[in-house]
Design a protein around this ligand. Structure first.
Ligand code: ADP
Length: 448
């Protein structure tokens, strides 16, 4: 493997380009017309325009990406997160074209990517999960029947869903029909798959996820957990590691579940197994993401393992350079997602950055793609940077994050930096008592 094409944009494309450069690999960036001035297109050794702004015709356009790989002579593709990263068909096309897809096999992606199928695999692998359907719901009547069996509240979820969308919480029989139909319609429109399933809804859970890394030789290691309980509409806003509530023994138990799941399907590559945790610290399998995640730097900071570098090495066929014993969790890391949006209404706020100064200092990391004079375009996700801090303890990490947020100057557009400051100052967050409903309950966001 000598040349890697990065089928993505923004901060993750840059993150991957960095890892490639450190490994002495050549890089090919692809970009849409709207991203002509994007940093990822400037930093790669070669850059190829693959279509107009609209994702469907550029970053999701498989023929255009494969043509770029062919023209540039790339022998591997890194999909990043989002876009085609969990598209099994894309991984299959790569395989047929003799290009290494940096990730698991299409078969593994199919088994674990669809949430209904993943629940069944998790069951076979012996993981605990919430009561719910074993298959996609046939109709609203089946949904009602199951909901009565499970007991309200329940949650209807799109099997092909992601990004916190395609979910409906239902509290009683009367709302089932409408919620079921809405969920199906939304799922069909957003994910091209109208399959919906049902599971028990937990009122105030924590979101705890395990980072996995597996090579092609059967070695699977977990790198501890991240707590992503600060969420707005089921979408992560702040992530941290380790989870302030877990003991090393509990970590080993949950990590063991994740490893068992990966081993069950012979998984290779980076992956994340997501769990919900209740007040008694019981965990329930929720889903597996078969790709690198936005919040991966949290794990990198507390374990010292470069996850993107490892992904590439594993794809090349190398054995993991560490065993489970080598993974020691050290200190505490927090990540704030910096979005171009109004800090009160959360409306996207694209535009030109008229002045820019990023924070710095010991234990402060910025993974972003914006710069002075850059224009944030309206076509994509509003996340423009990730601010990550590391310190010896959680308390010191929070303080460091506050200092870093205070230093972060981005003029010309609105960002959610003021919002992060307020969340960090809230006693519930500071004491680590918050659940996934925290932002709603504390009045930061309106309940939907
Ligand atoms: P996505 O793939 O869209 O990220 P997930 O299945 O990972 O969806 O769920 C995202 C979030 O939605 C969770 O972190 C949690 O806050 C909420 N959620 C999902 N399932 C449940 C459930 N059964 N009970 C309570 N909250 C849930």
């Amino acid at each position: 493997m000598k040349k890697i094409l990065i089928a993505n944009r923004g901060e993750i494309a840059i993150r991957i380009i960095r890892a490639c450069k450190e490994l002495g690999l050549s890089t090919v960036a692809v970009y849409s017309k709207a991203d002509e001035h994007s940093l990822h297109a400037k930093l790669a050794d070669e850059s190829i325009c693959i279509g107009p702004a609209e994702s469907r015709r550029s970053y999701l356009n498989i023929p255009a990406i494969m043509a770029a790989a062919e023209v540039s002579g790339a022998d591997a593709i890194h999909p990043g997160y989002g876009f085609l990263s969990e598209n099994a068909h894309f991984a299959e096309v790569c395989r047929k074209c003799g290009i290494e897809f940096i990730g698991p096999t299409p078969e593994q992606m199919r088994e674990l990517g669809e949430k209904v199928s993943a629940r069944n695999v998790a069951r076979l692998a012996g993981l605990p999960f919430l009561p719910g359907s074993k298959e996609a719901l046939a109709d609203a009547e089946t949904a009602r029947k199951m909901a009565r069996e499970i007991g309200y509240p329940v949650i209807l979820k799109a099997s092909g869903g992601g990004g916190g969308r395609g979910m409906k919480i239902v509290h009683n029989d009367a709302d089932i029909d409408k919620s079921y139909q809405n969920c199906r319609n939304e799922a069909a429109a957003a994910f091209g798959n109208s399959e919906v399933y049902i599971e028990k809804y937990l009122e105030n859970p924590r979101h705890v996820e395990i980072q996995l890394m597996a090579d092609k030789h059967g070695n699977v290691v977990h790198l501890g957990e991240r707590d992503c309980s600060v969420q707005r509409r089921h979408q992560k806003v702040i992530e941290e590691g380790p989870c302030p509530l877990l003991t090393p023994k509990e970590r080993e138990k949950i990590g063991g579940y994740a490893v068992a799941l990966a081993k069950h399907v012979g998984y290779h590559g980076a992956g994340t197994v997501e769990f919900l945790m209740d007040d008694d610290k019981n965990v329930y399998f929720m889903e597996m993401n078969t790709r690198i995640q936005v919040e991966h730097p949290v794990t990198e900071q507390i374990t010292g393992v470069d996850l993107v570098r490892t992904q590439i090495l594993v794809a090349m066929g190398e054995k993991l350079s560490f065993t489970q014993k080598d993974i020691q969790i050290k200190g505490h890391a927090i990540e704030c997602r910096i979005n171009a949006e109004d800090p009160k209404s959360f409306a996207p706020w694209p535009g030109q950055i008229t002045s820019y100064s990023a924070p710095g200092g010991l234990g402060v990391r910025v993974d972003g793609f914006i710069y002075h004079g850059y224009t944030v375009v309206p076509h994509y996700d509003s996340m423009i940077a990730k601010l990550i801090v590391w310190a010896e303890t959680r308390e010191r990490a929070i303080r460091k994050m506050e200092v870093a947020l205070g230093e972060y100057l981005i003029d010309g557009i609105r960002t959610n930096i003021p919002f992060h400051k307020e969340v960090l100052a809230h006693p519930e967050f500071r004491e680590g008592r918050h659940s996934t409903r925290f932002l709603e309950r504390a009045g930061f966001v309106k309940a939907k």
